[in-house]
Design a binder for this molecule. Sequence first.
Ligand SMILES: Nc1ncnc2c1ncn2[C@@H]1O[C@H](COP(=O)(O)OP(=O)(O)OP(=O)(O)O)[C@@H](O)[C@H]1O
Length: 281
Amino acid sequence: MENVLDVRNLTIRYRGAAEPAVRDVSFTLGRERLGIVGESGSGKSTVGRAMLKLLDTAEVTADRMSFEEVDLLRAPERQMLDLRGRRMSMILQDPKFSLNPIQRCGHQIAEGYRRHVKCTKAEARRKAIEMLEQVHIRDPERVYDLYPHEVSGGMGQRVMIAMMLLTDPDLVIADEPTSALDVTVRLQVLRILDGLVRDRGIGLVMISHDLNLVRSFCDRVLIMYAGRLVETLDARDLDNAKHPYTRGLLAAQPRIGGPRGDLPVLDRQDSWLQPHQEVTA
Ligand SMILES: Nc1ncnc2c1ncn2[C@@H]1O[C@H](COP(=O)(O)OP(=O)(O)OP(=O)(O)O)[C@@H](O)[C@H]1O
């Protein structure tokens, strides 16, 4: 299987920080759904942003960090500008921070299209409406003319995805894309993302702290702890995880119908900070 991402020994240190935020992380991504889970501050988003080279205030080193044929470690910013939004995209938790508040939703999609494809304004509008239909927005002509503050969180997230679909990306980094959504809208958004992997063959990185979500949605899961990768598993094997941190996370999930009582507290061990290398197929 051709790799969309190939990352070996990625270490990231924010300027002025005493410790690296990410240390010796290795993984590959095929045309699949790869979850990255771990508690807040474990370095998940930092890894995601590093893939798009969006870390201006950090020193990034790795033995390898490639996106398809592109060596990301050596790619100049000019090349990254061309790749971002065209072949690689990112979806964030809250679309309100990603959409421009003073431009109508449809206009933002159309302008995004015109940035990458030479066409008339009318053609870009048609394309934007087609994309809004593809993310199951029922009245795309009306939504085209709405400002971001006039759409719900779920609709805003779909506008973001529509914008991303315009250029047929090969890589999508979704950073907590559904945390701000209610359960029914969350399912719609997940279904759209799932369709992208199945029908368009993209590689999807799903960053989340929700073990239940990655278990049911992802193919494989990376578990991060204190900037390190402590375990890599098939999502269906999550319940058989070996690492005590992963086991601790699983035990800390409240379950409907489960025994009542205090949830267990993680008993952290220094040995969890030992290096772990992913065994790739
Ligand atoms: N711009 C930044 N400058 C300095 N330190 C940062 C910056 N962004 C993140 N960090 C630090 O890097 C570490 C990893 O943060 P990161 O946001 O990647 O974790 P995360 O696992 O995605 O957490 P969350 O689930 O809360 O988003 C944390 O210690 C955080 O404080």
